[in-house]
Design a protein. Structure first.
Length: 273
């Protein structure tokens, strides 16, 4: 698995992580079994970073339940978010998230969609100094919020910024990815499949024959390799509740990455379908 460096510390993390939006928002028995297989596949293929949020319903609890039963629980990188307004509400929510995820220390605490960030950021700094969290981050999921993310990064020291980026949503290539690199901020990429819309668009289409040159055997790997080939991407966090789909995703983090000319060829191929 290819790794990338977190600029603020030099720590390396695998370039493919795992999101939990929708997929982990469940508590039924059949889902527990299938998500256990997903988690095992993720770990065995070299994945480490798992991203969640209080916004995602039961996802934090499911992460805690599944990982607490895993022998590799302490090898994972746990990321979640604060998603509320008010000082005490934020503290209460973050404490609850740590309980749900069964962690005494959270690796990355992020301010979800910049919600009340001026209130939460000083608390995150205090928690980081106290050792309750290791990294601080900010997030959003729309192109229209890139300017706001940049303003916060330029005004306040943060370790991570999370935003949307995919082969058909390439606005981050215009500026935000380069701003993060300039400021030494690690990047987490959400919505790499356009919330599944790309798969709907591509599911009946053949991979191009030249995808084999990059060891690509699935659309999931194709779409993710495009993203991680950008040198300013630290980690991308696709979500899946299917172990085979997770295996396809993880393959993207191995082997040859496309150069810039090939990336443009990949984007042009998808646009033409």
């Amino acid at each position: 698995m290819i790794t990338r460096t977190i600029p603020s510390t030099g720590e390396s993390i695998p370039v493919i992580g795992m999101g939990t939006y929708n997929t982990f928002d469940t508590n039924n028995k059949s889902a527990f079994d299938s998500l256990t297989a997903v988690l095992n596949t993720f770990y065995q293929a070299g994945g480490r970073l798992i991203d969640s949020s209080p916004m995602y319903g039961n996802a934090e609890r499911m992460v805690g339940t599944l990982t607490s039963k895993a022998p590799f629980a302490n090898e994972l990188f746990y990321a979640t978010k604060v998603w509320t307004r008010g000082l005490q509400q934020g503290i209460k929510q973050m404490d609850h998230s740590m309980d749900l995820m069964d962690r005494k220390v959270i690796d990355l605490m992020q301010i979800h969609n910049l919600t009340d960030w001026k209130t939460h950021l000083p608390v995150l700094r205090e928690w980081k100094e106290a050792g309750k969290i290791r990294y601080i981050g900010i997030t959003h999921y729309t192109f229209s919020s890139y300017d706001d993310l940049e303003k916060v990064m330029r005004a306040e020291p943060v370790d991570f910024v999370q935003f949307n980026y995919s082969i058909l949503e390439r606005e981050a290539e215009d500026r935000l990815l380069y701003v993060a690199a300039e400021l030494g901020v690690a990047t987490l990429i959400n919505r790499p499949f356009g919330q599944g819309r790309l798969f709907t668009h591509l599911k009946n289409e053949p991979l191009p024959h030249w995808a084999a040159d990059l060891s690509i055997q699935s659309w999931g790997a194709f779409l993710l390799k495009y993203i991680i080939a950008h040198s300013n991407v630290t980690c991308v966090i696709p979500a899946s509740s299917n172990a085979q789909h997770m295996a396809d995703n993880m393959e993207a983090g191995e082997g040859t990455l496309p150069d810039e000319r090939t990336r443009e060829k990949m984007a042009a191929y998808v646009r033409a379908l």
